[in-house]
Design a protein around this ligand. Structure first.
Ligand code: F6P
Length: 546
């Protein structure tokens, strides 16, 4: 099979890069007064301005040619049709079914199912149960073992069973029922659970044990400790009223002691990091309410439809993905910053870190051979304006090229004084400064009385690429569309890089070794350690001081 970097379309981009690499965004804007409005696309309430990129009129069409040559159209159709595109695990990839309309049909066949079935019908069965359950808890109809209503919900999960639902809950907290406290415990470090439960009344606390496999070490350890904490004050029989499970593994749920009537299922074709739309989002739904949760699914559904049908040159996920490829594979950028100008999105880049890096952090292609090109970048970021006072210095004046996405909203959820105008003034100013910089000759006008020897230090080269995503308001619909936008961006990049985006074998080795080390740490007497000399010394020292 012809390798990606041998494709004529890849080579055309490499040649084009030689023409574009020295051009400055300043010059590109000067040559075309309509650039700012021409290099834009809009869908599902999201306006994307990609004009402040190091691209010319030729670049996007060349990137689209590459996408075509890599079979993107067929790949999208295969995913939406329920084909087993996760080939290393022989599974379909159907997070799009989790937000499909009730009357839709996507048929697939899973390993544990005797015959093909409509996934969407199953999805809505569970959604209806979640809605009913959330209604009972939120209204106080669901009572704990002593008859008290639930005031605290603690989701215990890790990775996709934590990051997604927590991020979405935080993002939409403005829509939450404030007298119901929603917490998330993920770290196996006992301090996480202990600090979360401090001061909580067990009689008013509901635990959601959220794990696709129900075997994850961290989650099961936290779940057992939570059960002990509850049983200590309310007795073992209280577990039934205070524990529910979200999982694909009914046998393990039953073995833990949770009644299957209180289990909310999902399916092998839902990847952990793409699962917040499923029952994994139960804590989110409890917090923001079923109506808002369903509106979030609606926003994602609209983005799915846009992604599936819009021409690639107008397709938001495709444009963002291709620009990412442009910097990653031709400019040699190593990372990509996600910079939301909204405090409610403070966990957004943490969530995207998992979705992106666990999906495309691969170095072997679909043919089993090492890839000869760069794959997934390092994803990172913090909300503005905090980031401006921390790491933006390096983005503005450092030696590294860091493409960034700026995400902002026209209306604030909390219009306090002049805060929102100040926030958004910074938002617009930053992308302007990054793109246009400040040439030495303009330094005195901006920074009067600058001594000559300081001019180089106050000069900004500019030419730092950014995308701007602007929406009216961070409401549930917009949030759904935004998250789906990034999911599909990652999908497109996986297709271009020819990697399997939906497995995560890279997390397995550490898990296996940790089991071995755990036995050595817990053994009554220090066993003979057979690791390398560094690991042996560290374990021995730990045992001495623990
Ligand atoms: O870190 C690996 C991983 O398998 C993630 O992909 C997943 O989201 C996480 O562990 C949690 O898995 P589970 O939901 O099965 O507990």
């Amino acid at each position: 099979m012809i390798q990606r970097n041998e494709l004529p379309q890849w080579q055309a981009l490499a040649a084009h890069f030689e023409q574009v690499r020295e051009r400055h965004i300043r010059e590109l804007f000067a040559a075309d007064s309509s650039r700012g409005s021409r290099y834009a696309a809009e869908a599902c309430g999201l306006y994307l301005d990609y004009s402040k990129n190091r691209i010319t009129d030729e670049t996007l069409p060349l990137l689209v040619d590459l996408a075509d040559a890599c079979g993107l159209r067929q790949a999208i159709d295969d995913m939406f049709a329920g084909a087993h595109i996760n080939r290393t695990e022989d599974r379909a990839v159907l997070h799009v079914a989790l937000r499909a309309a009730r009357q839709a049909s996507i048929v697939t066949r899973a390993e544990d199912e005797p015959a093909p079935y409509n996934t969407v019908a199953k999805v809505w069965e569970v959604l209806d149960r979640m809605v009913e359950f959330a209604g009972k808890v939120r209204s106080g109809e669901w009572r704990g073992a002593t008859g008290k209503p639930i005031r605290n919900v603690v989701n215990i999960g890790i990775g996709g069973s934590d990051l997604g639902p927590k991020m979405a809950y935080e993002a939409l907290k403005a829509y939450s029922q404030r007298d119901l406290r929603i917490e998330f415990v993920s770290n196996v470090d006992g301090s996480h659970l202990a600090e979360t439960l401090r001061g909580m009344d067990p009689a008013e606390t509901l635990f959601i044990i959220c794990s696709k496999t129900f075997t994850t070490q961290e989650t099961m350890a936290n779940a057992e400790s939570a059960r002990n904490w509850l049983a200590l004050s309310l007795g073992g029989a209280a577990v039934a009223k205070h524990f529910v499970a979200v999982s694909t593994a009914a046998a393990e749920v039953r073995a833990f002691g949770i009644d299957l009537a209180n289990m909310f299922g999902f399916w092998e074709w839902v990847g952990g990091r793409y699962s917040l739309w499923s029952a994994v989002g139960l804590a989110t739904m409890l917090g923001i309410g079923p109506e808002n949760f369903l509106a979030m699914l609606g926003g994602a559904r609209e983005m799915d439809e846009h992604f599936r049908t819009a021409p690639f040159g107008e397709n938001l996920p495709v444009i963002l993905a291709l620009l990412g490829v442009w910097y990653n594979n031709f400019f040699g950028a190593e990372s990509h910053a996600i910079l939301p100008y909204d405090q409610y999105l403070h966990r957004f880049s943490a969530h995207l870190q998992q979705v992106d890096m666990e999906s495309n952090g691969k170095s072997v292609g679909k043919d089993g051979r090492p890839v000869a090109w760069q794959t997934g970048p390092v994803i990172w970021g913090e909300p503005g304006t905090n980031g401006q006072h921390a790491f933006y210095q390096l983005i503005h004046q450092g030696t590294k090229l860091i493409p960034a996405d700026f995400i902002g909203f026209c209306q604030s959820q909390n219009p306090v004084g002049g805060h929102h105008a100040k926030l958004m003034a910074n938002f617009f100013a930053q992308t302007e400064a990054l793109a246009f910089g400040l040439p030495a000759e303009e330094v005195p006008a901006t920074f009067p009385k600058t001594p000559a020897e300081l001019v180089p230090h106050k000069t900004f080269a500019g030419n730092r690429p950014t995308n701007t995503l602007l929406a009216a308001k961070l409401d549930p619909h917009t949030m759904g569309a935004l998250m789906a936008l990034y999911e599909h961006r990652i999908f497109v990049q996986g297709v271009i890089w020819n990697v399997f985006s939906f497995d995560q074998w890279g997390v397995q080795l550490g898990k296996v070794l940790a089991q071995k080390v755990l036995a050595e740490i817990e053994a009554a007497k220090l066993p003979e350690l057979k690791h390398d000399s560094s690991t042996n010394t560290l374990i021995a020292r730990f045992r001495k001081l623990a």
